[in-house]
Design a protein. Structure first.
Length: 429
């Protein structure tokens, strides 16, 4: 079993390892910290409008969540439609939901305009009810989506669900035709190439150790890396679940939560076709949710938050064992199928479970996608770049008021407690 993302083996090794920039620029208009979707999208836009930009990535392009996710491009946000309305009211909830749809349009436009070969398809998604009562919750979601958001989805009863999902472990489905799928590694590398073509410098193996505000009013920055220092007019933090101590204020606002995925060996055509006949993206209704899909070479990718403990040398294998057990509960016919890949990575959560972008002190930032980041990271990266470039930006997720999490310094000591709570909720809800 290979303990790295399956996606890394879908791109030639010569392309996977980005050529290292040998000499960093000494002075730039904008230093972007983080070489994932957010940072690369921002760098592309800034370079296109004439700014000098360097992207500083600790590892390689997309090494974090941008190449470790399931490749699901979903409508909506982490919060379900009913919760959005209850918490923010109909008008604000509608703006938030429309922002998610707009982010998908921006993603599709970018992929088309830059000719990024990442296998993007509008596959639709399935939300599977893990309990009979959850199907009634899905019915309520359909009502809210139709009445408040004017977004059409369909319900499929348990008796008819095998037309969409080859499992009897679920109790009906909600189907949304608008969602999509892509290969996340191919996408992030295509995005890096687009940023480079626009004129940005993408520097890998260049971790940022320290950020120091310089000059009167702190209107310039000194960015310190092991490979030298860079003077920048502006800094954009795009580090998400891998935010370190370079900007402690941001670290107190993002909670890194581990998410894990296994990928089976290639399945026979008829088996793959029976599991997900229409090749939709799928996830269930548990608090400790599972998400799954079929790849182009007929593997089942099956993921979830299987571990809430602190990472250890055996964490990935332990999580893989849990996920295989859960996969067989949904698809017992796969009992003799081998698991070829298992991997994990950090997802950045926020206290309100919404993404945020804006200015924190004198630095710009965007992140906190809570597992819904492919399209939104692309969109917020561009939008915060527009803000850096001096444009006024009106967006429901762009707000400089982003309070820190009380009693939190960037080390998520409370995750085992949260994990135990949600396991209990899955038993009783």
């Amino acid at each position: 079993m290979k303990e790295y993302p399956y996606w890394w083996d879908t791109i030639p090794k010569v392309e996977l390892k980005t050529e290292k920039v040998r000499v960093l620029p000494s002075k730039v208009d904008v230093a972007v910290v983080g070489g994932g979707y957010t940072g690369l999208s921002a760098a592309r836009h800034l370079a296109r409008v004439g700014a000098s930009v360097v992207v500083l990535e600790r590892e390689d392009v997309g090494w974090g969540a941008s190449s470790r996710n399931g490749g699901q491009v979903l409508t909506g946000l982490r919060l379900d439609p009913g919760t959005l309305v209850e918490r923010y009211g109909e008008a604000a909830a509608r703006r938030l939901f429309e922002a998610s749809l707009d982010s998908m349009v921006r993603l599709e436009t970018l992929i088309a305009s830059e000719a990024i070969d990442c296998g993007y398809t509008q596959s639709g998604h399935i939300h599977a009810a893990s309990k009979p009562s959850h199907f009634e919750d899905l019915r309520k979601q359909q009502t809210v989506l139709t009445r408040v958001f004017r977004h059409r989805v369909e319900l499929v009863s348990r008796n008819e669900q095998r037309s969409e999902l080859g499992s009897d472990a679920y109790h009906g489905l909600l189907v949304d035709e608008r969602s999509g799928a892509l290969n996340p590694t191919r996408y992030v590398h295509g995005l890096a190439e687009a940023a480079t073509r626009a004129g940005a410098v993408v520097a890998t193996e260049a971790p940022v150790e320290r950020l120091s505000a310089q000059g009167p009013g702190g209107n310039r920055w000194r960015v310190t890396t092991p490979r030298g220092e860079i003077e920048a007019t502006d800094v954009l933090m795009a580090t998400g679940g891998y935010t370190n101590g370079a900007l402690p204020a941001l670290r107190r606002r993002f909670v890194p939560v581990g998410s894990y995925i296994i990928a089976t060996e290639p399945l026979p055509d008829q088996v793959a076709a029976a599991l997900l006949p229409k090749r939709r993206m799928a996830f269930d209704s548990r608090h400790f949710l599972h998400y799954f899909r079929i790849t182009d070479d007929r593997r089942l990718l099956f993921g979830g938050r299987a571990e809430f403990s602190r990472p250890a040398p055996d964490t990935t294998r332990r999580a893989a064992s849990i996920l295989r057990r859960d996969m067989l509960a949904a698809f017992p016919e796969l009992s003799s199928v081998g698991v070829d890949y298992a991997w994990g990575g950090n997802v950045a959560f926020t206290r309100d479970e919404l993404p945020h972008a804006g200015r924190l002190g004198d630095a710009y930032y965007a992140g906190g996608y809570c597992g819904h980041g492919i399209a939104m990271a692309t969109a917020l990266g561009e939008l915060v770049a527009r803000r850096v470039a001096g444009e006024p930006v009106d967006h429901p997720l762009m707000d400089d008021r982003f309070p820190a999490i009380p009693f939190y310094n960037g080390r998520p000591w409370f995750l085992p407690i949260v994990g135990a709570y949600y396991r209990f909720r899955d038993l009783v809800d």
